[in-house]
Design a binder for this molecule. Structure first.
Ligand SMILES: *Cc1c(COP(=O)(O)O)cnc(C)c1O
Length: 376
């Protein structure tokens, strides 16, 4: 018997749990983690090298703790793309939106407090809740994966959560959440706690918003100091390796997360790289347009093949149904294409890749469908 994790005095709520782990397998076509398939354009790679070289000259010093230049540029990007004006005081940045979410839960969740999400949704919300000692409540969805608003309102009244997560477009299902639903949930969350004189933080996770047919919910921040919109450079900007996420909210929320962030959490190299990327948003958003076209093609072709497909506003598509989705996942993998089994019964998720990658995926599932029909 060897010494293992169970022999360590780890916190009770972590015992027997598994870490977040999308398989990182070495296969020709990887369409499993919603990354952008296009490498950064060469001009941007050069600009990053330049800005990082400049930053390197000051690496003997700690970085700008408050990332003022970066937050200013992020605020400009949000204002330009959404038409709703925010400034540096509304924006906070961290190492991926996962760290943004962790800081929000450190500030507004924690032991004795609870957070709710509507599942299936982004599994990290629940995992980060656990890591911060926040109780997790799984809220309801309809069979078509839209949020069941009346049931959600009842859950809110019953549990009075401190933090509410709404992912739009949702991952792994792909569907966007209408503004009216977000507003109904925001109001339900506030009224559930009003008698105690408490408020509830509502976090709208817009990791995929650039891929949406619709618009950002940023303008809902107007007059709603308990609303937070979180964003990332990992998906639309094709910079998952950079680790840069950010939020927009009332300036008081930015003050609150500063109480829990680690000092100098955003390295000078990260800030320099993100600033370079923000000089090239025009080019990056052109790739997003190509991916949206490919996403729509995946939806149409999967339906033509005979699969059931969830409406998608993201850079991925959920499809099914399968009696044994894990078996189908393996058969697609055997054909050199890695998709994602998120544990949603009967469904799999495929990320929109390059046209050639998507063709390889569609060929694989077409073949499977034929095989199935012949044996059935
Ligand atoms: C991918 C994803 C993120 C991104 O996290 P980063 O830490 O910014 O890479 C956040 N939320 C959702 C719903 C996601 O799918």
């Amino acid at each position: 018997m060897t010494f293992g994790i169970d022999d360590l005095p780890v916190r009770d709520e972590l015992r027997g749990k598994s870490p977040y782990g999308a398989p990182q397998l070495d296969v020709p076509v990887r369409l499993n983690t919603n990354e952008n398939p296009y490498p950064l354009p060469e001009a941007l790679v050069e600009r990053i090298a330049e800005r990082v070289r400049e930053a390197a000259r000051d690496l003997n010093r700690y970085p700008d703790r408050d990332a003022v230049e970066l937050r200013t540029r992020l605020a400009e990007y949000l204002t330009e793309t959404s038409g709703y004006a925010v400034d540096m005081h509304n924006v906070w940045a961290a190492n991926g939106s996962n760290e943004v979410i962790q800081q929000l839960l450190q500030a507004f969740g924690g032991p004795g407090r609870t957070a709710i999400g509507f599942e299936p949704s982004y599994s990290m919300h629940g995992l980060i809740a656990r890591g911060t000692g926040t109780g997790w409540i799984s809220g309801p969805r309809h069979d078509d994966f839209t949020i069941d608003v009346p049931a959600a309102e009842r859950a809110m009244a019953e549990h009075r959560p401190d933090v509410v997560f709404i992912t739009t477009p949702n991952n792994p299902t792909g569907n966007a959440v209408p503004a009216e639903t977000v507003l109904a949930l925001y109001d339900a969350a506030q009224s559930a706690r009003a008698d105690q004189g408490l408020a509830s933080m509502v976090v709208v996770d817009e990791a995929y918003i650039e891929f949406s047919h619709g618009v950002s919910l940023l303008s809902l921040l107007e007059g709603r100091p308990y609303l937070v919109v979180s964003r990332t450079m990992s998906k639309a900007f094709g910079a998952a390796g950079l680790r840069l996420g950010y939020l927009a909210a009332h300036p008081a929320v930015v003050d609150a997360v500063q109480l829990v962030r680690l000092p100098y959490h955003l390295s000078a190299v990260t800030q320099a790289t993100a600033l370079a990327a923000l000089e090239h948003t025009g080019t990056l958003l052109k790739y997003v347009e190509q991916l949206k076209t490919e996403r729509d093609r995946l939806v149409a072709e999967l339906r033509a093949i005979g699969y059931e497909v969830t409406e998608s506003d993201a850079n991925f598509v959920q499809f099914g149904r399968f009696a044994d989705s894990h078996e189908v996942w393996q058969k697609i993998l055997d054909r050199g294409v890695l998709v994602r089994d998120n544990g949603v019964p009967g469904r799999l998720r495929v990320t929109a890749g390059t046209p050639a990658e998507n063709d390889a995926f569609l060929d694989a599932v077409r073949e499977l469908k034929k095989e199935q029909e012949q044996s059935g």
